[in-house]
Design a protein around this ligand. Sequence first.
Ligand code: NAG
Ligand code: NAG
Ligand code: NAG
Ligand code: NAG
Length: 202
Amino acid sequence: MQAATLAIFALALIGNTVAGPPTSVARAKADNVILNLLAESNLLGSSADPAITTECFNHFMPILNQISTNFSLQYEQCVSVATQATANLTTSAAQGRATFVNVTAAICSAFTSCNSDTDNLDFFNCYAAAASADVNEIYNLSADASNAAISLKGGLQQIKDTEKICTNNAQLTYTEQTAETYKELNACFVNGLPAVSTVAAN
Ligand SMILES: *[C@@H]1O[C@H](CO)[C@@H](O)[C@H](O)[C@H]1NC(C)=O
Ligand SMILES: *[C@@H]1O[C@H](CO)[C@@H](O)[C@H](O)[C@H]1NC(C)=O
Ligand SMILES: *[C@@H]1O[C@H](CO)[C@@H](O)[C@H](O)[C@H]1NC(C)=O
Ligand SMILES: *[C@@H]1O[C@H](CO)[C@@H](O)[C@H](O)[C@H]1NC(C)=O
C-alpha cells in the first residue's frame, strides 16, 4: 500500500536527518512539511479514504512537530551546558595561570633583589641562597604546570564526551518517537484514528 511506502520514505528522510547535527532540526521540520504537501496533493494510497487520510495527518502532524521541537530544545540544552562548562573551566584555568605567573615573578624577584647588593660577596651569597630556595619551587612549578595541563585537557575532553552522550540521547529519543508515530500514522491510514489515541509521547 502506498501510505506504508510513504512512511518508509519518511523514515529514510529521518535517518538522513539525524546523521548531521544542528541543521537536522530544520530538516526534521522540513520533512513534516513534505509529508503535508504529499498528503494535500493526494499522492497517498489509493485505498485510503481521503477524509481518513486528512484526519490522520491532522492528528499526527502536530505530534511530529512537537517531537521535533522537543528534540531541538534537548539538543540546544546539551550544547548550552557544554558551552557553560567550558567557560567555567577556562575561567578557573585562567585563575590557575595567574598563580603560576605570580610564583614565577616571586622566584625572579628573589634573584633581582640581589642586584641591590653592592658588595660582590653579598651578591654571590644572595644568589646562592635564592637558587637553593628556588630550585624546589621550580620543580614544584614544573609538576604543577604539567598536572594543570593534564587536568585541563581531561576536563575539556570530559565536557565534549558528556555533550556527545547528551546529543546522542536526544537523537535517539527523537528517532524512536518519530518512528513510533509514523507506525501509528500508518495504522491510522488503514484503520482510521484509534478511539483512544496512545501517542508516542513519554
Ligand atoms: C558554571 O559556573 C556557574 C557559576 O559558578 C554555575 O552556576 C554553573 O552551574 C556552572 N555550569 C556548569 C555547566 O558547570
Ligand atoms: C598575583 O599577584 C598580583 C599582584 O601582586 C595580585 O594582585 C593577584 O591577586 C595575584 N594573583 C594570584 C592568583 O595569586
Ligand atoms: C608546591 O606544591 C604544593 C602542592 O601542590 C603547593 O601547595 C605549593 O603551593 C607549591 N609551591 C610552589 C612554590 O609552587
Ligand atoms: C515534549 O516535551 C514536553 C515537555 O518536556 C512533554 O510534556 C511532551 O510530552 C513532549 N512531547 C513529545 C511529543 O514528546
